[in-house]
Design a protein around this ligand. Structure first.
Ligand SMILES: C[S@@+](CC[C@H](N)C(=O)[O-])C[C@H]1O[C@@H](n2cnc3c(N)ncnc32)[C@H](O)[C@@H]1O
Length: 198
């Protein structure tokens, strides 16, 4: 077994043991610990939330006084009392209204792990993923409070630089990260964006 496959299996096993819906949970957990991205009592929006690993990590971190609202094309089945899931396309014109109804106030944190169905043609996958990230960041502009944080997945490629530059204008600080649970060979990077300027 290759080292990368072993690492993937290790996180998959850990997720099973610790009751997380996906090994993706560890990508968020690493950055929550490193950057204090999410805090107790926070309101969090999670775009591309299914099957729900990130929502579980966010739910544990915000605790009883916080709320996590997940959005995905697929349903998310979680029983935690501080989570709400919205089954929707991020590009749906009705989504803003649904978010307004679900949120008690503007969010402290916006997360996006959105991925298209990858077809293996690298530049097409990259462009589609960037389009999804732009849809999430468009919504973020209306729903994230001043001073809030974000963590957005971006596939590396031609449009990575412009996406990072756009976010750098919107936040005090943007860190490019590759969490340990992310396969080395995959083109995904995670932008940790701190201090939304509005
Ligand atoms: C990598 S998975 C997310 C994993 C999740 N962070 C977790 O921890 O379980 C990417 C998700 O993006 C969702 N997605 C893709 N296109 C979407 C769209 N247009 N609108 C909403 N969700 C979308 C997929 O359905 C998929 O569940």
């Amino acid at each position: 077994m290759k080292l990368e496959d072993a690492k993937r299996d290790q996180y998959r096993r850990l997720a099973r043991e610790q009751g997380y819906k996906s090994r993706a949970a560890y990508k968020l957990l690493e950055n929550v610990r490193k950057y204090r991205l999410i805090k107790s009592g926070d309101v969090v929006i999670d775009f591309g939330a299914a099957p729900g690993g990130w929502m579980q990590v966010a739910s544990e971190t915000v605790g009883d006084s916080g709320l996590v609202v997940g959005v995905d094309l697929e349903p998310v089945h979680l029983s935690e009392p501080n989570v709400v899931s919205i089954q929707s396309d991020v590009n749906s014109p009705q989504l803003s209204l649904k978010l307004e109804k679900a949120l008690p106030r503007k969010a402290d944190v916006v997360l996006s792990d959105l991925s298209p169905q990858v077809i293996g043609t690298w530049d097409i996958d990259h462009f589609r993923q960037i389009e999804l990230t732009l849809a999430a960041s468009g919504l973020m502009a209306g729903f994230l409070r001043k001073g809030g944080n974000a963590m957005l997945k971006v596939f590396d490629g031609e449009r990575f630089g412009e996406t990072r530059a756009m976010l750098s204008k919107q936040f005090e600080k943007v860190h490019v990260t590759k969490p340990k649970a992310s396969r080395k060979g995959s083109s995904e990077l995670y932008l940790v964006c701190l201090g939304f300027l509005q």
